[in-house]
Design a protein around this ligand. Sequence first.
Ligand code: LLP
Length: 421
Amino acid sequence: MDHFLYRNGELHAEDVPVRDIAAAVGTPFYCYSAATLERHYRLFDEALDGTDHLVCYAIKAASNVAILKLLGDLGAGMDVVSGGEYARARAAGVPGERIVFSGVGKTRDEMRIALMGGIRQFNLESEPEMEALNAVALELGVVAPVTIRVNPDVDAQTHAKIATGKSENKFGIPISKARKVYAEAAALPGLEVVGIDVHIGSQLTQLAPFRQAYEKVAVLAQELRADGHDIRRLDLGGGLGIPYTRSNEVPPLPSDYGAMIKETLGHLGCEIEIEPGRLVAGNAGIMVSSVIYVKEGEGRNFLILDAAMNDLVRPAMYDAHHDIVPVAEPVPGGEPATYDIVGPVCETGDTFARSREMTAMQQGDLVAFRSAGAYGAVMASEYNSRPLIPEVLVRGDQFAVIRPRPSLEEMIERDNIPSWL
Ligand code: LLP
């Protein structure tokens, strides 16, 4: 459920007509609903009710500091994967003890920043990384709390580019080697082993792969305890999928996911961490764009928008589907049309949808891309020298620009012409 609904013939973001925001900030732009973000966070928090837990929002999904503050103020932890994300979480007022640091390639500088600023735990992914963190911690005279991410060799049954739990993927250490690697970690004086980490992929639409992975983690936890490790925390990653269309089958709900976690891991008495990103932010955001031209091609019509692949890359990168709806509610019996919906960027990959059936559109009409809140703005680039598009946050009947659109001058000013040119 989200808070982008038609009312009085117009798409609204909560109580604000999307058309009013477009008039104020221009198109294209991203627009988030505070109520939806809050609701999605709470669904996860409530799903783990009765179990010691922390929902660590994966900020890679949507990392505007205003969004992080909103979630942080509700008590959310954060999952970060770079020094930049760590700095964003801290800038939003999230204390270090609620931040977990994931990722296969943490640099020593990033480790230093997090150790000095405060960190709940590092999720380590390799032996060389263990040695690096040990060295940095000893240099700073501290002990770094760590889990080790295990790769359970489970097929997440999602898009190959976002599956991470198979043995051929770069992530984690093979679960078969875990006892040896944990013994090595325990011998390093700069590290304190606190638990196990696992994350098998994103946009999972079934519980079965999660269950397979978590069952393996349950067995491992007991083996590691028998080996003398104090396994008290389990970080179960993110990955629960969202419905991208109104028609397709609905992925499991956070409450189903939470029940399965309790069933597979509850007996261990560990503190549970989860790292949802997409489900928190995905359907809490839309991207709004205007029709520049309606162009008749041979055997097909193109809807040319002012948004492009640089603003929302998911269709070009993963062949992802986003529902694209008119901001003016279609009237029953209105004229139907079929379009290839494209942006102005100079490559054929700049296609949002092929042969999409919708109501007939005209120049200047507004459209909204649904489910664009996660992996939208954060993956945008300035390709074709198109400035990053603004982000807007709505709460009730108010809205605020949480990241303004840079001017062309601001974009160009960052470049530097050397004196010798
Ligand atoms: N934890 C870790 C260690 C991750 O690598 C990820 C996502 C998450 C949590 C959050 O997963 P989520 O709950 O959002 O599924 N750009 C792609 C998605 C990449 C996901 C990468 N890792 C897309 O647009 O579909």
